[in-house]
Unconditional design. Structure first.
Length: 228
């Protein structure tokens, strides 16, 4: 097994990592994409069981991917795993910038296509998720998505230049969130582009993780508040 992984070509390695990390998400996104086209999409219910399954799966997959990286000699420091107060503050600023970009995108969407965002999107519904699992999910999911979906994605594709690497990461993130309907384009795509450009420029993941944690906390709070 180790010799097989060690001898993989770079494109095969990239395909393997993407399928291992996001294969389940790709299948679910394809189902949701078809559902939105045919107006049969159903909301994703966020329950304790769903959160626990995601939490355990992401930890196991991250461990497996880093095992692959160890075999293939990845320089993990090149991902930009430094944690500091400066990068934490940068993450808070990135969160503010992302929210400001969302407001602009929402306003433009409402001007160009009034009512589009509320026309039949399924999204996510609160299903009795408890606070402990919600907090665990808000911690692990951002690390998972930013390490693989941004860091690994962009570093692997950097030989093609900034635009292809950043666009590929942002579009893939958007596709994985197609369950959000039109908001995948209005909100997730701008977030992916901003995060991708920030990572390309500074090569540090922690600001992205901090901003993503704050976003997930906001989303979870909003879902809980809407269900109460």
């Amino acid at each position: 097994m180790k010799s097989f992984i060690r001898n993989l070509s770079a494109p095969t390695e990239f395909l393997l990592v993407v399928l291992v990390c996001f294969g389940w998400g790709i299948l679910g996104s394809m189902r949701q994409f078809v559902g939105h086209l045919t107006h049969t999409a159903q909301p994703e219910h966020l329950t304790n069981a769903v959160a626990l399954r995601i939490f355990v799966m992401q930890l196991l997959v991250l461990a497996f991917v880093f095992w692959i990286g160890r075999i293939r000699g990845w320089p993990l420091a090149s991902l930009g795993t430094r944690i500091s107060w400066k990068d934490t503050a940068a993450g808070v600023l990135l969160y503010i910038i992302t929210v400001a970009a969302w407001i602009c995108c929402i306003v433009l969407t409402n001007i160009i296509a009034p009512g589009l965002r509320s026309s039949g999107e399924a999204g996510v519904k609160f299903g009795g998720l408890g606070l402990p699992l919600a907090l665990l999910l808000c911690l692990v999911n951002p690390i998972y998505e930013e390490v693989i979906g941004t860091g690994y994605f962009i570093l692997t594709l950097k030989r093609y230049g900034m635009w292809p690497a950043v666009l590929a990461s942002a579009l893939f993130r958007t596709f994985l969130h197609s369950y959000r309907g039109i908001d995948a384009i209005v909100l997730v795509l701008p977030m992916g582009l901003i995060f991708g450009f920030v990572y390309w420029r500074w090569r540090q993941l922690w600001p992205l993780v901090v901003a993503h944690i704050l976003i997930d906390l906001w989303v979870i709070y909003d879902l809980m508040h809407a269900a109460s």
